[in-house]
Design a protein around this ligand. Structure first.
Ligand SMILES: CC(C)(COP(=O)(O)OP(=O)(O)OC[C@H]1O[C@@H](n2cnc3c(N)ncnc32)[C@H](O)[C@@H]1OP(=O)(O)O)[C@@H](O)C(=O)NCCC(=O)NCCS
Length: 181
């Protein structure tokens, strides 16, 4: 599966991307707000991921001009819903890539699956990530705490949800970013 957005391609990672993966996600500025990424991030962790992506259609990475810049994917948590997760390498932050990639995946899911809703959990400190979700139409449903593998502690989080039948409208028009799929 390959999803093309205006600037990005969302597809499976390859072995040749391993070094870039370790360099980007091995940065604590990236892993500290992810729940399931260890720090330090080793070659072995990357190999686990390279193998693990084979088990799910929706474990994907984000490429800009064929260079790996991040990850976006869905984890099946229940028969009814999937959890959205994403990250962008530090040097690529602030350019709208997370919003574009998440919106691209959301639209793919909307058109090609019968999923009822998606959930996402964002650490309260992670304003940029909450912004990404709000911009693509997720709504806040509550809060809680989620364990962080990199920090080895429970961290307060905000719970978000996107319902495919009755979704909120994106906070601004992103249609141009989804024209290619
Ligand atoms: C969260 C993350 C994915 C955002 O990636 P990104 O490509 O920089 O995000 P975007 O550029 O698409 O959008 C970020 C939005 O937050 C805003 N933002 C960024 N930092 C902010 C801050 N400190 N306070 C308020 N808004 C902020 C941006 O201005 C932008 O909104 P805008 O387009 O309305 O200006 C990235 O910072 C990251 O990978 N962090 C580490 C991993 C992570 O936290 N993943 C999400 C787990 S829930």
């Amino acid at each position: 599966m390959e999803i093309k957005t205006e600037r990005l391609t969302i597809k499976k990672i390859k072995k040749t991307d391993k070094k870039q993966l370790v360099d980007l996600i091995g940065d604590f500025r990236v892993s500290k707000t992810l729940s399931n990424v260890p720090y330090p991030y080793t070659d072995k962790d990357a190999e686990y991921w390279l193998n693990d992506v084979k088990n799910s259609k929706f474990k994907l990475n984000i490429f800009l001009d064929n260079i790996l810049i991040g990850g976006v994917g869905l984890r099946n948590m229940d028969i009814d819903y999937y959890e959205l997760g994403y990250w962008i390498g530090f040097k690529y932050w602030g350019k709208g890539y997370a919003t574009e990639a998440c919106y691209g995946l959301l639209n793919y899911v909307k058109k090609n699956t019968a999923f009822k809703y998606l959930k996402a959990y964002v650490y309260k400190e992670n304003i940029a990530s909450s912004n990404v979700l709000k911009k693509i139409g997720f709504r806040q449903t509550g809060d809680g705490k989620i364990f962080s593998l990199s920090r080895q502690e429970n961290i307060p989080c905000i719970n978000f949800e996107y319902c495919f039948r009755n979704s909120a409208k994106p906070a601004f028009n992103l249609e141009s970013k989804s024209a290619n799929f």
